[in-house]
Design a protein. Structure first.
Length: 134
């Protein structure tokens, strides 16, 4: 199910557009509008860039070791793969493709990339079962 209203996600929270305007998004297969999305302008981009810089400078990332960062990124990849069906539905809704093609377009390259992670080239303590598949 597609969201009806989509705002910006900046600094870990949903925020309104600086312009306070939205635009409609239509299903290309039916022409029916299914969502209103916040219009982004330079002020929104600047706010997002400042939030990202702040997170990088004051958050845990700069202090993390490479294997800890790899674990975070692996977790993100695992979460994306776990929601492959939802991603395929969103892709299908946004492009008009059948869900099966949406799943292939959205998830095949991610799955391939996850099998070829650099951490897999040497046995990682985080993923001792991981074998390179490239």
């Amino acid at each position: 199910m597609a969201p009806e209203n989509v705002s910006h996600y900046i600094g870990g929270r949903q925020v309104r557009s600086a312009l306070l305007k939205t635009f409609g998004v239509a299903d290309p297969a039916t022409g029916k509008e299914y969502a209103q999305v916040a219009v982004g302008i330079a002020g929104d981009i600047n706010q997002a860039v400042l939030a990202a810089q702040d997170a990088l400078q004051t958050g845990p990332w700069p202090e993390m070791r490479p294997l800890e960062r790899a674990a975070v990124l692996t977790g993100i990849g695992d979460a994306i793969v776990a929601r492959a069906g939802d991603i395929a539905e969103a892709e299908a809704l946004g492009t008009g493709l059948p869900v099966t093609q949406g799943r292939e377009r959205s998830c095949s390259s991610l799955t391939r990339a996850r099998r070829c992670r650099p951490c897999c080239w040497r046995r990682s303590p985080l993923r001792p079962d991981c074998q390179p598949a490239c």
